[in-house]
Design a protein around this ligand. Structure first.
Ligand code: PFF
Length: 476
């Protein structure tokens, strides 16, 4: 890497505004959009959840996206350093930097199970690649997927995978290795290059499969399912998970956008940038719904299947659809691509912290956090077989029934993300110097006013509600 006259590595940045936008959309669009959103929408009964979710994204998520990018762009260093920089400039306490550290820790923990789930996807890419290869050899490239397997066998495949420790380890290692490789190469030739290659590929696949689903699936029923609200289904629990999903999907509360924002060099106006990220992320979640539900509903399967929707229910559907073998392969490739552009942002947060605060080289920092997260991931995947009965936080009522992976997921998602988002809102809404905010974001007076109201009042209150009701569900 390039060094300055003191031999210190120069900090890289994005080559353009669109490079940042693409990388940030890449970070936001991931398993959360294609696996978690349809799962939650299906389990929560569709329309009311979806509309409430969209409200959360624009009233709470968007102001927080803008806040994180603002901190990073103003600070020009890792999350902790950037927050301290803004704090110093605003005569606020430097201990605000702590919530950046909390975010980096959350990113590190999320990466561990994210890589395990991405490993499952990688295995399914392999399954469908083999299946499609077989179809080609048989001279039937457009046949349905997994010909000759009954539903029992397809379900069994997921169970067999969970029982196969070396397989799970290998997939987890391969995915984490790829994430590490990209982050070790740095911002320009690593993150930016990955985003500019993978994101167009992602969008082409997504649009292609949506169109396919519209032709062969039951598009009308899917639209009705996703957008017709039955408000009686909007229980406090459903609202809570919609709020949490909005934070997770936009990558908020883990300092990811602070870190990515810190590589913005020029005088970009941040309002439109934040808007593009939020609109793109939400569109992809909705398109993922419009991709999955027409296929699922048309063969009469249950949209409320839960986390196995993508791994069991969809393969049933691919089996009965024309060209299902090919589409199945493309579908799992699509999820894999989305997962990579998100996992790199997760590893980048602690890596940037090591570089900025510990003065480690990028290689050293990425190795430490990549390996550490890999090891935690091993615990998560062993929770699917040898440690299936382990309940790490079993003494705590909300985690009493929760296995290792879901405990890490739940602890970060229900506690750490909302905490990070809460502190971001209080810090930017109440502490940050208003001149610095106006200059760094380039917002007009009108939008500054709107944003300030949302970030100072609505966000902290709503996020505090998610946090408290998440921790004490019995009060609902
Ligand atoms: N936003 C990602 C998704 O929806 O899959 C998950 C995520 C990525 C969360 C990066 C946090 C983060 F920093």
């Amino acid at each position: 890497a390039a060094t300055d006259m003191h031999g210190i590595e120069k900090r890289e940045g994005w080559s353009s505004r669109s490079a940042f936008i693409l990388a940030a959309i890449g970070a936001a669009v991931g398993l959360g959009n294609i696996w978690r959103f349809p799962t939650l929408a299906g389990e929560s009964g569709g329309g009311a959840f979806v509309l409430f979710y969209i409200g959360c994204v624009f009233l709470l998520g968007l102001p927080l996206v803008l806040s994180e990018i603002f901190i990073g762009k103003a600070g020009q260093t890792d999350a902790v350093g950037s927050i301290r920089h803004v704090a110093a400039h605003s005569r606020a306490s430097k201990s605000w930097g702590l919530f950046g550290g909390l975010g980096a820790l959350a990113a590190f923990l999320i990466l561990s199970f994210y890589s395990v789930v991405a490993g499952w996807v990688l295995y399914y890419v392999g399954v469908f690649a083999a299946d499609f290869g077989g179809a080609l050899l048989a001279g039937e490239p457009f046949r349905g997927a997994l010909a000759g397997e009954d539903h029992g066998a397809i379900q069994q495949r997921l169970g067999d995978m969970f029982a196969n420790v070396p397989l799970l380890l290998g997939m987890h290692a391969a995915f984490m290795g790829l994430t590490f490789y990209i982050i070790a190469r740095g911002v320009g030739s690593g993150i930016e290059k990955a985003a500019t290659i993978l994101m167009p590929m992602f969008f082409a696949l997504l649009v292609g499969i949506v169109i396919y689903g519209a032709f062969v699936g039951d598009f009308g029923e899917a639209v009705a399912f996703l957008f017709t609200p039955d408000w009686s289904k909007l229980t406090p629990g459903v609202m809570n998970s919609a709020l949490g999903q909005a934070l997770f999907s936009l990558s908020l509360g883990v300092a990811g956008l602070i870190t990515y924002g810190s590589y913005i060099g020029g005088s970009d106006r941040l309002g439109p940038t934040a808007g593009i990220i939020a609109v793109a992320d939400t569109s992809v979640a909705l398109l993922a719904g419009l991709m999955i539900f027409p296929i699922v509903l048309s063969v009469g399967l249950d949209p409320a299947a839960g986390p196995t929707l993508v791994f069991q229910t969809l393969p049933f559907a691919f089996q009965e659809m024309p060209a299902g073998s090919l589409i199945g392969l493309l579908f799992f490739l699509l999820i894999l691509v989305a997962a990579v552009t998100s996992s790199i942002s997760l590893l980048e947060v602690p890596t940037a912290w090591g570089i900025g605060e510990m003065k480690w080289s990028r290689m050293k920092s990425a190795t430490i956090f990549g390996l550490g997260s890999f090891v935690i991931g091993i615990f998560c995947l062993l929770g699917y077989n040898v440690w299936a009965d382990v309940r790490p936080l079993g003494f705590w009522d909300i985690f009493a029934e929760t296995d290792i992976l879901d405990t890490v997921d739940g602890f970060t998602g229900k506690i750490m993300l909302p905490l990070g988002a809460f502190f971001t809102a209080i810090f930017v809404g109440w502490k940050a110097d208003r001149r610095l905010v106006a200059e760094t974001t380039g917002l007009s007076r009108f939008w500054l006013g709107v944003w300030r109201f949302l970030i100072a009042w609505l966000c902290p209150i709503a996020v505090a509600i998610i946090l408290v009701t998440g921790l004490f569900p019995s009060i609902l």
